[in-house]
Ligand binder design. Structure first.
Ligand code: ZN
Length: 196
């Protein structure tokens, strides 16, 4: 099985950053998700997992290009042998906190994979960190019409790793422990999915 990592957004993407907190700290989503993606890649390589980041540039790569890159690989090695994981930080009103996972509409292999991620996140995030699920269709992921989920031909999940515009979540994300936990959620989930 091959894992495709999409670390979304680029340094030139407008928005997609936390407020600048009183001490000057600020999280940039493009930078943060690249760091997590690189950590996930390094960890999984140690386990001998075939993994590739589909966005190696720092600039914003259009969604259509990202989907095409993933689909070209999936066609080559087989749709069922691929899983795309898109890594993000959430933002809302400054008050919302917590972790979410999204798949495309309807039920597919992606939902099964998303539940594995959900269980890892629930086990690894600190007590009190909200797990934000949509359980109306019998599983915890959100069904979302996002193009990276819709226009990719292989199973695909998108993680929203806490809210960068909530100061408590943001500081946790930027902490050594926070980075390690967010990385481990992805690493352990992928290892479980691959069956290692
Ligand atoms: Zn994002």
């Amino acid at each position: 099985m091959k894992i495709l990592i999409d670390n979304g957004h680029g340094e030139n993407t407008p928005g997609k950053r936390s407020p600048k907190w009183a001490d000057g700290t600020q999280l940039f989503e493009w930078e943060y998700t690249r760091e997590i993606a690189q950590r996930v890649e390094a960890e999984l390589r140690k386990h001998g997992i075939d993994i590739e980041r589909i966005v190696k540039e720092n600039v914003d790569v259009p969604l259509s290009v990202r989907c095409k890159r993933a689909n070209d690989i999936a066609r080559k090695i087989g749709i069922k042998n691929c899983l795309l994981v898109s890594i993000h930080n959430n933002a809302a009103n400054g008050k919302a906190r917590g972790w979410e996972i999204h798949t495309y509409l309807g039920t597919s292999k992606s939902d099964e994979y998303a539940t594995i991620f959900w269980n890892e996140a629930k086990a690894l995030l600190p007590n009190g960190e909200p797990m934000r699920g949509d359980h109306t269709d019998g599983d915890p992921d959100w069904d979302s019409n996002f193009s990276i989920l819709r226009d990719t031909i292989c199973p695909a999940v998108l993680t929203e790793n806490l809210f960068m515009d909530n100061e408590e979540d943001c500081r946790y994300l930027l902490s050594g422990t926070g980075k390690q936990v967010i990385t481990t959620i992805h690493v352990q989930s992928i290892l479980k999915i691959i069956g290692k």
